[in-house]
Design a protein around this ligand. Structure first.
Ligand SMILES: Cc1cc2nc3c(=O)[nH]c(=O)nc-3n(C[C@H](O)[C@H](O)[C@H](O)COP(=O)(O)OP(=O)(O)OC[C@H]3O[C@@H](n4cnc5c(N)ncnc54)[C@H](O)[C@@H]3O)c2cc1C
Length: 640
């Protein structure tokens, strides 16, 4: 540690957003950045580098191992394992989807409805493309893959490509059945219209078929003299230079070295600007321990309020997912490659997955409801806009092996909180996504909105697929049976639903009067130099998987900071990361990892030497899946 250096930026958290932000900022050699990461360096761990082994770091030292509070809105009040990566790269070390499925309409809302100047589809999709190095699929790829390289980045830090084999169930049976049912099945969806089904890119470098993520991006630039990354450095709070009236000014970050290398627990670094990038479970607690938050929460913990900002820790949400596949089919899995995961994603607006009666009744309730407790009015307005402009609100994710097809709601109305409840700076936060907490009146019925929508949409969608060829010819069972009454179907969906692992929010970027914590320059209200850049600032749940947008937010934030600082405004000095560049065609190695599949859908190495590629995969028998369901029902770890 250099105790005398005053950095330009000190970033708390070397995760998905924080590390990419640091990398882009330090393209200007005159800008010095320190990044403090609580976790270890796992960049050579095969459970991180081999995409098929994703999820294997869950419940290890690379996982924060957080659980939500008991959830009265879930079956049996189940608490949810809300995993977060605790390592270089953060949560991007445990997932693998990069696709930017955010539509033009939903990103333009940031600016047009929420007054977040400069945050719109144009700027965010540009930032996404700048984070991406896309490799088009090989010429012999399935006809179901139609990426348009023009919609993708060519020289960013994160590789993306379609996977090397496509499960023919999807291209031969599901796609034609969807077409026969009247659904659109477009090609590339990075162009602003994301509705429909198809394959989406994964964050994989095709050259050696390894995970591409914020951690691998750092490897490419780790020799930069102006970028200092500290691991085992857990930030506790912000140190203040001035808390006099007006905007408070930070001096630096205080942290604890968790490696045991030192017994000194009062470490700190100094910087002109502080950026919190510790994710949904990390950033809100740091603000609260620094005295920014709701005094009613801080004072009982003997924390002196510095800025009264009661919106800190609010607006946390997690889309509700049905965690057990409703479609089962008799299909022999013929993997031509080694991977088992599939990235066939079907995104649908409510109009396409609800009966006309359900859609009309729900629309009537939305139109007649002005506000919802726990949801900022601005966020409710956004939801209605998404609903009525036919933006995707339901996803069917076809994944893993032939037996998984999981529906979930993309934008839940239920929102919760994340707060501290201990003066111990190392204590876990209290994470409460508050699932199924919004009630709605649909026709004459009072229902729990999110589970109602998930259930009705799933039943409708499953019924459509079950009754259209050629998919219906391989379908053996729908479970729950799609012919059940809607109430009986919903009860089963309720018993099987929980986290999608897509938590965002907690420090929303919104006007202060609308419940915001940070402004459009990521600045925390009431401070002069504390900002937040991570998934906690999303103003509402993106109707998409959040990682692509997290990278986009990091790059866009870097540009804003460069403008503020007057530093060099380039995004051109991207080092060669992989074997290729713009619009390159993926050339996959002719080797395959040997993996088998455990009942959670996670892959496990077939031998202790995961580095040895010998080819071949083993498919689980159905009985193992049944066993798997029992295991998973006891402690879900869905890997989306
Ligand atoms: C199991 C799982 C699978 C997922 N799959 C997908 C997927 O396939 N596609 C998709 O789009 N999204 C997926 N997501 C969601 C996506 O990965 C996250 O939304 C995104 O990565 C969050 O990025 P972030 O920068 O906000 O936080 P993170 O990436 O979690 O970064 C936060 C960093 O801060 C560090 N930190 C925390 N507290 C402190 C502290 N006090 N001091 C110092 N450092 C600290 C953490 O260790 C971490 O490195 C998945 C999430 C999970 C959990």
């Amino acid at each position: 540690q250099n105790t005398t250096q005053v950095y330009d930026y000190a970033i708390a958290g070397a995760g998905t957003a924080g590390l990419l932000l640091a990398i882009v900022l330090t393209e200007d050699p005159s800008i010095n950045v320190a990044v403090l990461e609580a976790g270890l360096d796992g960049r050579t761990n095969p459970n991180i580098t081999i995409p098929e082994l994703r999820g294997e770091i869950i419940d290890t030292e690379y996982d924060w191992d957080y659980y939500s509070t008991v959830q009265p809105g879930l079956y049996e009040n189940r608490s949810q394992a809300v995993n977060r990566g605790k390592t270089i790269g953060g949560t991007s070390a445990m997932n693998w989807m990069i696709h930017n499925e955010d539509s033009r309409v939903q990103l333009d809302i940031w600016e047009s409805l929420l007054n977040l100047t400069g945050w719109n589809w144009e700027t965010l999709s540009t930032a996404f493309r700048e984070s991406e190095m896309f490799f088009a699929p090989p010429a012999n790829a399935s006809s179901a893959e139609h990426p348009n390289p023009a919609n993708h980045g060519s020289s960013g830090y994160i590789c993306s490509t379609l996977q090397r084999s496509v499960l023919s169930l999807l291209s031969d049976y599901v796609t034609p059945a969807l077409l026969n049912a009247g659904y659109a099945v477009p090609g590339d969806r990075n162009g602003g219209n994301v509705t429909g089904a198809g394959f989406l890119p994964l964050a994989i470098c095709p050259g050696n078929y390894t995970r591409s993520y914020a951690g691998s991006a750092y490897t490419a630039v780790q020799d930069r003299q102006n970028l200092h990354l500290y691991t085992n450095a857990q930030v506790t709070n912000i140190s203040w230079a001035s808390t006099a009236s007006g905007n408070v000014t930070a001096r630096g970050l205080n942290y604890v070295d968790t490696s045991g290398r030192t017994s000194n627990n009062s470490l700190s670094i100094h910087a002109d600007e502080i950026i919190l990038s510790s994710g949904i479970a990390g950033s809100p607690p740091i603000l609260e321990r620094s005295g920014i938050g709701n005094p009613d929460i801080l004072m009982p913990l003997n924390i002196t309020p510095v800025v009264n900002l009661s919106s800190v820790g609010t607006g946390l949400r997690d889309p509700l997912m049905m965690q057990y596949q409703p479609l089962q089919y008799n299909f022999s899995v013929e993997f031509t490659g080694g991977e088992y995961a599939q990235n066939y994603i079907d995104l649908r607006p409510a109009q396409d997955v609800l009966s006309a009666a359900d859609y009309n009744a729900a629309s009537t309730w939305l139109n007649s409801t002005a506000s919802i407790p726990g949801l900022e009015d601005a966020q409710f307005t956004v939801f209605k806009h998404l609903w009525f402009t036919r933006q995707p609100l339901i996803e069917m994710a076809w994944q893993y092996s032939s037996t998984q097809s999981m529906p979930y709601t993309l934008v839940p109305l239920s929102q919760g909180t994340v707060h501290i409840n201990s003066s111990d700076p190392m204590a876990a936060p209290v994470i409460n996504p508050n699932y199924n907490s919004v009630t709605a009146t649909i026709g004459n019925e009072t229902v729990s909105w999110d589970i109602w929508l998930l259930s009705r949409a799933s039943q409708f969608y499953v019924t459509e697929l079950a009754s259209h060829e050629p998919f219906s010819s391989v379908l053996t069972k729908t479970d729950p049976d799609h012919n059940l009454s809607p109430a009986a179907y919903q009860q089963i969906v309720y018993e099987r639903s929980g986290t999608s692992q897509h938590l965002t929010g907690g420090l929303p970027m919104l006007p202060r009067s609308a419940g915001g914590v940070v402004d459009a320059q990521m600045l925390v209200y009431g401070t002069s130099n504390v900002r937040v850049v991570d998934g906690s600032i999303f103003p509402y749940q993106p109707s998409a998987h959040p990682m692509g947008l997290t990278y986009a937010v990091a790059v866009h934030a870097a540009k804003i900071l460069q403008q503020i600082k007057g530093s060099k405004l380039t995004y051109t000095e991207v080092p060669a990361i992989s074997n290729g560049s713009s619009n390159a065609t993926a050339s996959f190695p002719n080797v395959r990892p040997t993996v088998t599949y455990d009942p959670r859908g996670s892959a496990v190495p077939a031998s202790s030497s995961v580095g040895v590629y010998t080819g071949g995969v083993k498919k689980l028998e159905m009985s193992e899946w049944v066993l798997g369901f029992v295991v998973v029902a006891l402690g879900w770890n869905v890997l989306m």
